[in-house]
Write a protein that binds this ligand. Structure first.
Ligand code: KG4
Ligand code: ZN
Length: 364
């Protein structure tokens, strides 16, 4: 894509427990991150073993203006230099989403700037494009604390769901198993450290959906089995080996199901370059990355994962998703609503829901 005029977009992310703002500039040559500010609320939620929505919303309200001001000053810019404002409009904890989206709307209204209401998952989908030149289409494995999906990403805002979890997300499995091992929330990174040098073969864990048609995931059986074993794993070697076994089991399932999605993708994109992108918080896990990288090499796919800072929630990915939409004229009105649920592939979510629809429609 060649574009003569660069687009500079402010991104705002408040859908979970990070208050984040960033400025990204998109030119014909790709994206550059001019600033990327993240305030993590982890310490505020840690005593409760998970994110408390009311605490999160209040904390976003208290910090959003300072975080946005820092994102602009770090970039050496003022609001007058912006071409648009992108804010996460869902899915996520709706109290928090409303804080960031309302703040974004206020700037857009006051300065006459276009607003882009970004799907948080679309942010993760483009996150690898922040630092690498990855052309559309690509196969995306999106693995975070709340989501676990395989998507065929054809272009800006054009995703087809190939598979999704039928129960827990992979990050949730890491967090719950880690929690059972006494690790602080969010336990994924701590479980990865604990697993180092462990013997993954000592604890046999159930392997869900092996050989099952399709590309869906299931982690609840593994989660329960590992959490039960954790009760008896009291000495350091047991804990290390159980952490290693759980990590391997999660990585194996992600790899096996991604292999199936690659076959589907190769059929629908015959003759085209094959790319695998993995994004979301769990993409920070090196065992998961290594396993997927090996699969990609074996199957003739290129492999990309964002740098660690862009795997977990951040506003740079929201700014980029917004800038890509803005470049195509895909902007939103100031009446854009905060959506607790917002599937990327709305058609698939409606026709073949993996979760029972809630009052507000399909979850993921
Ligand atoms: O994308 P993210 O920051 O937030 C959501 O949108 O959910 O993902 C957070 C998730 C948490 O479940 C966290 O435990 C997991 O990503 N995570 C990891 C690692 N780093 C973050 N899981 C395993 N290994 C890691 N190194
Ligand atoms: Zn996320």
């Amino acid at each position: 894509m060649t574009r003569s005029k660069p687009l500079t977009v402010l991104g705002i992310e408040t859908s979970c427990d990070e208050t984040a703002a960033a400025v990204v500039r998109l030119t014909g040559g790709g994206a550059s991150v001019l600033s990327n500010i993240i305030y993590s609320q982890i310490a505020e939620h840690a005593p409760y073993g998970g994110v408390v929505p009311e605490i999160a919303a209040r904390s976003h309200v208290e910090r959003i203006d300072g975080i946005v001001a820092r994102a602009l000053s770090d970039a050496g810019l003022t609001v007058a230099d912006l071409n648009g404002v992108a804010a996460t409009a869902g899915p996520g904890l709706v109290g928090g989403v409303m804080v960031g989206l309302s703040f974004g709307k206020a700037i857009a209204l006051a300065r006459g700037l276009p607003l882009i209401a970004v799907n948080h998952l679309e942010g993760h989908a483009v996150s690898a494009r922040l630092t690498a030149d990855i052309a559309y289409p690509f196969l995306l494995l999106l693995v975070s604390g709340g989501h676990c999906q395989l998507l065929d990403v054809a272009g800006v805002g054009a995703c087809t769901r190939l598979g999704s979890t039928i129960d827990d997300a992979a990050g949730e499995a890491f967090d719950k198993i880690g929690g059972a091992l006494g690790l602080p929330y969010p336990a994924g990174p701590a479980l990865e450290r604990l697993a180092q040098g462990g013997d993954a073969s000592r604890y046999p864990l159930p392997r869900a959906l092996v050989g099952r048609e399709g590309c869906d995931f299931s982690f609840s059986g593994l989660k329960t089995a590992a959490a039960r074993l954790a009760i008896g794993a009291t000495d350091p070697v047991d804990r290390r080996d159980l952490a290693a076994a759980a990590q391997l089991a999660i990585a194996r399932q992600l790899t096996e199901r991604t292999g199936r999605a690659m076959s589907l993708y190769a059929q629908t994109h015959e003759g085209r370059e094959r790319r695998l992108v993995v994004a979301g918080g769990v993409a920070a896990n090196s065992a998961v990355r290594a396993s997927l990288h090996a699969l990609a090499a074996e199957r003739g796919f290129s492999f990309d994962a964002p740098p660690l800072a862009f795997c977990t929630d951040n506003a740079a990915m929201i700014a980029l998703a917004g800038a890509e939409r803005l470049a195509l004229g895909m902007i939103d009105g100031l009446d854009a609503v905060a959506r607790p649920r917002w599937p990327l592939d709305e058609k698939a979510a409606r026709l073949a829901p993996t979760h029972k629809a809630g009052r507000k429609g399909a979850k993921a």
